[in-house]
Design a protein around this ligand. Structure first.
Ligand code: IMP
Length: 198
């Protein structure tokens, strides 16, 4: 089987992707890439492509050249805020802010707002034989008014997916992965890789 690189150093994402794809993945750290991978684009698609290209290209003169590489980027898009925080989800409350800072700011910005609709959107960019492919996964839901649950990360304690009463933070990892934006995007990637016998 051909090797596959996932351009992330997030161990949580790595194990989730390995479970969905059913293969062991190579990470930037495994390749000796220790610097932060730039993500300075203004869209999720742009950032996912930027990260995948960086890792696919950076070792272009080594044995890793041409190994299929993918990367992901996720944003929370809130309808009443015109799609914010979107691509800025990680640093909504400022560079270096915590998950809690971001959630608090979002709840403050939605105070008195009746329309609570929001969705998580993940874009996965794959580079295979020099060609670029994009996959998407979304989950629709709403932002509630207070924190509920201890699990997950990021905006999980204030996000309730449609069709459920619990927040993502109140679900087990398996429950969340089965319906999550990232889980769906990875499943779409997995489907595609199967058609390429990868
Ligand atoms: P990333 O592109 O996966 O690093 O995600 C960017 C930001 O979106 C994270 O820093 C989190 O704030 C938020 N985020 C991404 N995925 C999730 C999730 O599954 N639950 C809650 N927040 C998330």
């Amino acid at each position: 089987m051909k090797r596959l690189i996932f351009a992330t150093n997030n161990r949580h994402k790595l194990s989730e992707a390995e479970a969905i794809l059913g293969v062991g993945l190579v990470t930037p750290t495994d390749l000796g890439i220790v610097e932060d991978i730039p993500e300075t684009a203004e869209t999720l698609e742009g950032n996912a492509l930027q990260k995948a290209r960086y890792v696919y290209d950076i070792r272009g003169l080594t044995a890793h050249s041409g190994v299929p590489t993918f990367a992901d980027d996720t944003g929370l898009e809130v309808a009443a805020l015109g799609g914010a925080p979107g691509v800025y989800s990680a640093r909504y409350a400022g560079v270096g802010c915590s998950y809690d800072d971001n959630c608090r700011l979002l709840l403050r910005n939605l105070e008195g707002v009746a329309d609570r609709r929001a969705r998580f959107r993940t874009v996965v960019a794959l580079i295979l034989d020099g060609n670029e492919y994009l996959f998407e996964g979304t989950v629709e839901g709403k932002i509630i008014g207070e924190y509920r649950g201890e699990g997950g990360f990021g905006y999980d304690p204030i996000f309730v997916p449609d069709g459920f009463r619990e927040t993502f933070a109140q679900m087990s990892a398996e429950q969340k992965n089965a319906i999550s934006h990232r889980g769906r995007a990875m499943a779409n990637l997995a489907e595609f890789l199967k058609t390429k016998n990868l």
